[in-house]
Design a protein around this ligand. Structure first.
Ligand code: CDV
Length: 279
């Protein structure tokens, strides 16, 4: 297809293991976490990409010794076409729960297995673009995209794992896909960036993932979308400058943003009812 940059899903080397409860964290580390990147097992991917001159984004479970202790992150890296790791992002919005819910159809234990990422939302000069990284649930939070856009992001890469079934309450899979699509289109347009979102799809461990990998243009239009729940590659020849007019006019942040009125966004976490007094 002539692709120069490939985006793989979140936790691409393993099953989405947070759907399972494990008592023994040593077993989890052994089966699912990477303590070096690349490793003997992952090196062939780096070599093949280098041979083909392809840069890539890939997500994995990262085991690291930092600040004198073992730490676990849900991580993504940006790898240049020369095979060198250019950037690292550790997932900040961790959904789910930390406790065992044996009555549930499956678990979502990201809060048990991972710490909140400690590297912030950053962008890198990468393959003649300015590229930022996010992971899965981050795509539901406008703040994450805006922080990348304020650093000039032209491309946002994001891998995800979203089950077709809602763990918390019954919801038709089509509605879940609808939310995925409207979020992606809105985030790309409002931040005038290209957005590449890559899914796990079909049945993994017997659990269905809704797929719908996307490439969204800064116009908010879907440029490419997977069509099935089978393995697929989607490709688009993106004009990185497509957003230039949008960034000069409607979303000229320097001209139109009013951060003096946005303070609550960083001061307050949960919603509190605080009605205005007076007219
Ligand atoms: N891997 C994820 O972060 N998944 C979440 C949950 C809520 C399904 C998501 O936002 O898609």
């Amino acid at each position: 297809m002539g692709a120069k940059f490939v985006v793989f899903p979140e936790l691409a080397f393993t099953t989405f293991f947070p759907r399972h409860w494990y008592e023994d964290l040593n077993e989890v580390d052994r089966r699912f976490f990477e303590s070096t990147m690349p490793s003997a097992e992952t090196q062939p991917l780096f070599e093949e990409a280098k041979k083909l001159g392809i840069g890539f984004y890939i997500g994995y479970a990262e085991l690291t010794q930092e600040e004198g202790r073992t730490r676990r992150f849900n991580t993504a890296i940006l790898v240049g076409p020369d095979g060198a790791i250019v950037g690292k992002y550790r997932k900040i919005h961790l959904p789910g729960h930390a406790d065992h819910k044996p009555e549930a159809a499956f678990q979502h234990l990201e809060k048990k297995y991972f710490e909140v990422g400690n590297l912030g939302f950053r962008v890198w000069r990468f393959m003649n673009t300015i590229t930022g990284m996010l992971i899965c649930n981050d795509r539901r939070w406008p703040e994450a995209f805006r922080v990348l856009a304020l650093q000039g992001a032209e491309v946002v890469a994001l891998g995800f794992n979203t089950p077709s079934e809602n763990l918390s309450y019954p919801e038709p899979p089509a509605l879940r896909v609808h939310h995925h699509l409207i979020m992606a289109q809105a985030m790309a347009f409002q931040n005038a960036t290209w957005l590449v979102e890559t899914a796990k799809c079909g049945f993994e461990d017997g659990y269905r993932m809704f797929g719908h990998s996307l490439i969204v243009a800064p116009t908010g239009e879907i440029a490419a979308k997977s069509a099935s729940e089978e393995d697929e590659v989607i490709c688009f020849n993106a004009d990185i400058d497509l957003a230039a007019d949008l960034k000069r006019t409607m979303f000229n942040f320097a001209a139109h943003r009013r951060p003096e009125h946005y303070g609550l966004i960083v001061e307050r976490v949960g919603a509190e009812v605080t009605p205005a007094k007076g007219p």
